[in-house]
Design a protein around this ligand. Structure first.
Ligand code: ADP
Ligand code: MG
Length: 468
């Protein structure tokens, strides 16, 4: 294997220059294609001696398959060559270095930045999973960044680990056990699910600045890996409940209880649907077209809900756009839509208040008729408290919970209520309350989308939306 200080190997079509990195199995050099284009590439030199289990021929067949893979978040394998000692992989050059360096320079990453990276990683893993390929060696060193500015994550080093056992001939572990799933280290028996554990470790390290099994000595590390204690998450920095939930479910020691690939791709913190992609802007625009139509027709609440759904795509679209002028144009539009959504919101609020007042007389009659039924009385009281709270305009989350509790009770009571006037009134009241609760839920969602839109605007103005 090439070592630091050695002259780079010679390749017919390329001029090899500086060493970019040395990993577990290979040394990687920056290189230029000799012919006309002078294209910059990275050449990875793998020593044939590090290959075991399967013959070199099988590996070459596998590389042939990897060559056909094209994905925006996977390092492109352009070509390969070999001689008596080495296999040379000619790859796309990633100028942003690797994720381990990126995290170290910043100590920790804000949840929002970590989430964008995680979404890109999930996107690459989904693609590999659909092609039945496991990585088996996921770690920040194997995740590269396309460029120092506005970096896109690029997964590297996949598809080879299966030809290279994590143990060498003397049964000494190769690579870093910090990122390996416990079953890989302990039982020497594992499958694709080890990749999900490693994703958990990478996310943990990005958010807390060190991997969960960080240790001062090998004995301490071994103890942590072999233990059956649940992985505890530090209480700081504060993270969203979705983010904590995902970490906990990825870092589950038992591969049978660990989150599955499908659950991971659909997890609310990953939310692949709303990740910055070339489609974000198209989706946002078609929703906004519908919103404008409803707005013109005077359907205020439908228009509002569509504007908010559109904003959920505009935010990632803003992140995705790298051209400064186009970004500015999107930003101006988003500003307009936010203002319009706010106007509509004020209108909807007005409407709903008058609706609320109209519903009152029947409610009072029902209360009269409930006097000999303490349980019904209490449930109706709770509903009134929710309405009062809503009118005050205080904590919507609490109000919604109150609505839901009272509705739960009222539905149980309705099931046992005999036919008659009281049942009719109760039925109508439940429907009215359900509509209120639904409406409140929509309000909460819309507010979230709007504040996300505003935050993204402010953020993009501050930093032109790079991930710095
Ligand atoms: P190994 O299989 O030996 O672990 P890697 O493919 O992970 O080798 O490469 C080792 C290091 O070289 C990486 O951690 C990274 O820092 C650097 N590197 C690898 N590929 C590229 C590339 N395409 N562009 C830029 N740097 C790279
Ligand atoms: Mg590597």
């Amino acid at each position: 294997m090439a070592r630091a200080g050695w002259a780079p190997p010679r390749l017919d079509e390329f001029i090899l220059t500086e060493r970019l990195g040395t990993g577990t199995y290979a040394t990687v050099y920056k290189a230029y294609r000799k012919k006309n284009t002078r294209e910059v590439v990275a050449v990875k030199c793998v020593s044939k001696r590090s290959l075991n289990r399967v013959s070199v021929e099988n590996l070459l067949t596998e590389i042939e398959i990897l060559k056909t893979i094209r994905h925006p978040h996977i390092v492109e394998l352009k070509d390969f060559q070999w001689d008596s000692d080495h296999i040379y992989l000619i790859m796309e050059f990633c100028a942003g270095g690797d994720l381990s360096h990126f995290i170290r320079m910043r100590r920790i990453l804000p949840e929002k930045v970590a989430r964008i990276f995680l979404q890109q990683l999930a996107c690459a893993l989904k693609f590999l999973h659909d092609h039945n390929i496991s990585h088996l060696d996921l770690k920040p060193q194997n995740i590269l960044l396309s460029a120092p500015e506005n970096p896109q994550l690029k997964l590297a080093d996949f598809g080879f680990a299966q030809y290279m056992s994590p143990w060498d001939e003397k049964h000494v572990l190769r690579g870093s056990p910090l990122y390996m799933a416990p079953e890989m280290v302990c039982c020497q028996q594992y499958d694709a699910r080890v990749d999900l554990w490693s994703v958990g470790v990478i996310l943990y390290e990005a958010l807390f600045g060190r991997p969960p099994f960080a240790s001062r000595s090998f004995a301490e590390l071994e103890e942590k890996i072999r233990s059956d204690r649940v992985i505890e998450l530090p209480s700081r920095p504060r993270l969203s409940p979705e983010c904590r939930d995902l970490l906990q479910r990825l870092l589950e020691r038992d591969p049978l209880k660990r989150i599955s690939f499908e659950q991971f791709f659909a997890h609310p913190f990953v939310d692949m649907e709303h990740m910055p992609s070339p489609e974000s802007l198209g989706k946002a625009t078609s929703l906004v077209v519908e919103a404008v139509k409803k707005d013109q027709e005077g359907d205020v609440s439908a228009a509002l809900s569509l504007y908010c759904k559109a904003l959920e795509y505009f935010v990632p679209a803003l992140h995705y756009e790298s051209d400064a002028r186009r970004k500015e144009a999107i930003r101006a539009k988003v500003g307009q839509y936010i203002s319009r959504a706010e106007e509509l919101k004020a209108l909807v609020m007005c409407d709903s208040k008058s609706l609320l007042r109209q519903a009152n007389p029947a409610r009072e009659i029902l209360k009269e008729m409930a006097k000999d039924k303490p349980r019904l009385c209490a449930a109706l009281e709770m509903a009134s408290a929710a309405i009062a709270k809503e009118e005050e305009g205080k904590d919507d989350g609490d109000t919604l919970e109150l609505y839901q509790q009272s509705l739960g009770e009222l539905l149980l009571i309705l099931a046992a209520e005999p036919a008659g006037r009281r049942r009719e009134l109760l039925h109508a009241e439940i429907q009215a309350l359900m509509a209120r609760a639904e409406y409140l839920k929509d309000q909460i969602k819309m507010r979230e989308a709007q504040s996300m839109g505003k935050e993204a605007l402010a953020e993009s103005v501050r930093s032109s939306c790079t991930l710095q």
